[in-house]
Design a protein around this ligand. Sequence first.
Ligand code: ADP
Ligand code: MG
Length: 626
Amino acid sequence: MAINILDEETINKIAAGEVVDRPSSIVKELVENAIDAGASAITVEIKDGGISMIRITDNGKGIEKEDIRKAFYRHATSKIQSEKDLMNIGTLGFRGEALSSICAVAQVELITKTEGSLTGIRYEINGGKEEAFEEIGAPDGTTFVVRNVFYNVPARQKFLKSPTSEGGAISTLMEHLALSRPDISFRFISGSSPKLQTTGNGKLKDVIYTIYGREIAANLIEVDDTEGNISVKGFIGKPVIARSTRAMEQYYINDRFIKNNMIQKAIEEAYDNYLMLHKYPFTVFGIYIDQELLDVNVHPAKMEVRFSDAQQVYESVKTILLRALAGKQIINRVELPEAKEAPRQELPASDSAFGKNFDLIWPSTNNRAVEIFEDGNKKEPVMHEQAEDARLPEPFEQVRNEEATLKKQMFFEEEKKKYEQTELITPELLHEENLTKINVIGQIFKTYWILEYGDSVYMMDQHAAHEKILFEQFMEEFDNANVSRQTINPPIIVSLTEEQIGILNEHMDSFEEMGFEIDEFGGNEYAIRSIPSNFSSADKKELFLETLDSYVSGSTRSLQSSVRGRIATMACKAAVKGNTYISKEEAERLIKDLMKLKNPYNCPHGRPTIIEMTKYEFDRKFKRII
Ligand code: ADP
Ligand code: MG
C-alpha cells in the first residue's frame, strides 16, 4: 500500500498522546516499522544510551522514492486507509505519527532502497527541516540514523536519564522484541559492545537461552494449547526460577508486547499454589486471538490493548497455564523431602550447657550448620510477609478465618487485646545476667520456642529473632562502614539481563559497601566473589539476585527503596525460617544474641520476636484465680 495521509475522521479516532519521550521509544517505533516492512534481519546500534546516536538497519521492503517525504508527515501511513481498518490491524504500526514525531525532535538520516529500484535514496531531515534528498548506492532495505535526541527541545533533555539507564531501557526493549519474533534475527550493539544477537531460526527457546542463560532455559515448561478462541504458545518457568518482581512476566498478544492486568492476574492465579508469597513467575508466551476481538488503538505507545471479552481471555489463559503447570514436568518442584531433614535429628543432644557449642550451631562459623540453615531456607513461605500483609498477629488471623460467629468475634477481640498486652514483655528477660535463669523448654510447631523465666512463659519466633539479629548486626557494621565480607571460592556465576546489568553497574558502589564483590565474567555473566559475611547462611545467589531486584522495584515500595529495606530483605533471606527444626543450642544462641541488640523485641518488619504470657494469666485460664 502506498503511503497516504489519514483523513480527519480517522485521525480523531486514533488514541492520541506522546509517541517519543525517550530514546527507547524511538527504537521501539523504528524497529516496529522494520518488522512491519517484512525484515528478516534487524540491527540496532546506539551510542550514549541512544541519546547521541541510534542506527537501525533492516532488510525489509524499503520506501518508494516518491513516498519518502510523505512518510515524515503527520498521520502518514501505508498501513491503514480509513477508519474501518482500525478494527482489524495486522501491523504493529498504524498511526502514521512516529516518523513525524522523531524528525521533529532529532536529526534524522534515512537511506532506503526498494527491490525494484536501481539506486537508493539518502534523505536528511533535522528538526523537521529537510536538509538533503539524493540518490545513493544502497542495499535493499532501510537504515535510519537518529542523532542528538531532543537537541532542539532543552526542556525535554532535562528528563533524559543517564546514558546507562536509557541504554538499559533499550536493552530490555530489544529483548522483548527479540522474544516476540524468534523468526527475525536481531542484533543489538551498545557503544562498541555487542549486547544481543539472535539467529532468527524461529525457536523461542533459543532466544530465551541467549537472553537469560542456561539456568532459565533449563527450567521451562512448554505451552502450546488452545482454549475457546484463544491460543497460547511459548514457555513458562518452573517455580524454581521464580523472581521477586513481576519483571519476568512477559507475554505478547498477536506478537505485540504489552501490559495487561487481566493477563497478569491469570498468570499469578495460575501459579498461586506453586509459588511462595511475593514470588513471581518467569513467563514468555504469545497469546493469539482473532484480530477483530482485539482493540490495539487504546494507548499512544501501543503498550496496551483492549479485548472485546477480557473475562474470557483471563479464563482461557489461566486454564491453559494451570494445565501446563499440572503436567508432569513440575514434579521436581518438591525438592525438600523429609530425607533432607534427617540430619537435623543427629545434632548434638540438647543437654549442653547454655553458651557452649556455639561453633557447632552458628551458621557463619560452621559448614554443617550452614547446610542445615540453607535447607530450612528453601522450605518455607516467608512468614513475616504474610503477617505483614495482614497486619495482624497470626493467632488473630487464624481465628479470623473461622466462622465469624459473634462468640468468636468476642473471643478474638480478647485475643487481640492479649496480644497487644503481651507484646511488651518484661524487659529484664533479655538482660545478660539473667541468662542462666532462662529455662528453654523446647520448640513447638517447628517455629516457636517456649522459654520459662520468673513468673512468665515466653514464646520466641525463631525466624523473627534470627532475622532481627542479622539485621542489627549488619546495620551496625554498615553504619560504621565496617562490613565484613566472606569470599566465595570458586565464585558463583550468574547470568543477568541487560536491565539488571545496568542497575548493577549504576549501584556497584553500594553493592560494594554492603559487602558484595561482583565482577564481569564475560557476556551477560557476572561472578559473585564475596557476600556480606553476616548473611553467609543464605542461598548466596538468591541473596544477590534478591538484593538486585530490590533496586529494580525500588521506587514502588518505600521500605524496600531504602538501604534499611534492602538490609531487611537480606536478613530475611539469611535467617532460619519457621517450620524448620533447630536444636536447643541454636535456640539458646538466638536468645543470647538477642540480648545484645538495641531493640530485640521486634523484627525489622515490626513483628514481635518474643511474646509473653504470665503465670497469672495461666492461673486465670485454669480458674485457680477468678
Ligand atoms: P506507521 O508505522 O504508523 O505507519 P510511521 O510514522 O512509523 O507510521 O511510518 C510511516 C510510514 O513510513 C510507514 O507506514 C511505512 O510505509 C514507512 N516506513 C517507515 N519505516 C519503514 C521501514 N523501515 N521500511 C519500510 N517502510 C517504512
Ligand atoms: Mg510506525
